[in-house]
Design a protein around this ligand. Structure first.
Ligand SMILES: Nc1nc2c(ncn2[C@@H]2O[C@H](COP(=O)(O)OP(=O)(O)OP(=O)(O)O)[C@@H](O)[C@H]2O)c(=O)[nH]1
Length: 198
């Protein structure tokens, strides 16, 4: 089925932005890829592709960097006046909340990091896909972007979908309790330079 863009505006901290939802017309029951589009983004604009984390973003858990990254990306793009934040409903690195919660419980019982726990539970390290994000960028006429990420899989996924990517190195200050998570991501190949505690 052909996917369509559904668009409208919202306000954030006094600035208006455009919401762009990429979905099949009759798509209900799960959340499609969504973009917050600031200003009039052109090639080489700042882009953040962010996967859902209910613990960090909604419950304000300090155990991961998800909330800090999302807020920082929104602030940076808002400050530049143009750019895109794409939000993907890919909780728990694509495994969903049930398996994410199982992983957390396993980690707390066995003192393992998140990747070790997933493996012990027979789950893939990361089952996310970024095709919908690439499609959204194409629909926004963006062929090259400055991507806010430390995750090489996101860079490769966009490149594989014919988008030229310059990785925007960033360091988002996070609390002490997120350091173990950052270290696990680093060992898994994320290009995290330093992790600052606030
Ligand atoms: N299983 C599990 N998933 C987590 C944990 N903390 C965060 N996540 C998930 O990890 C993913 C983080 O996604 P993003 O913030 O988009 O990106 P990233 O892969 O960390 O890479 P960056 O672009 O560098 O931030 C989301 O799917 C979260 O739900 C955790 O402790 N355990």
């Amino acid at each position: 089925m052909t996917e369509q863009l559904f668009q409208h505006t919202l306000w954030r901290k006094g600035n208006q932005f455009r919401v762009t939802v990429l979905a099949a017309e009759d798509q209900t029951g799960h959340n499609p890829a969504t973009a917050a589009v600031y200003g009039n983004p052109q090639n080489d604009c700042l882009v953040r592709i962010h996967s859902r984390c209910v613990y960090g973003e909604v419950f304000e858990s300090d155990d991961c960097d998800c909330r800090a990254q999302l807020r920082t990306a929104l602030q940076m793009i808002d400050a530049e006046g143009a750019g895109v934040v794409i939000y993907l409903d890919q909780e728990g690195r694509g495994e969903g909340l049930r398996n994410k919660a199982r992983g957390y419980a396993y980690s707390q019982e066995h003192h393992t990091d998140t990747f070790t726990s997933y493996r012990a539970l027979g789950l893939p390290d990361d089952s996310r896909s970024y095709e919908a994000a690439a499609e959204l960028l194409h629909r926004l006429n963006l062929e090259s972007v400055r991507l806010l990420t430390n995750n090489p899989a996101k860079v490769k996924a966009l490149q594989d979908n014919d988008i030229d990517v310059k990785r925007e190195t960033w360091t988002v200050p996070v609390s002490e309790s997120a350091q173990a998570y950052l270290e696990a991501k680093r060992q898994f190949g994320h290009m995290i330079v330093t992790a600052q505690a606030d």
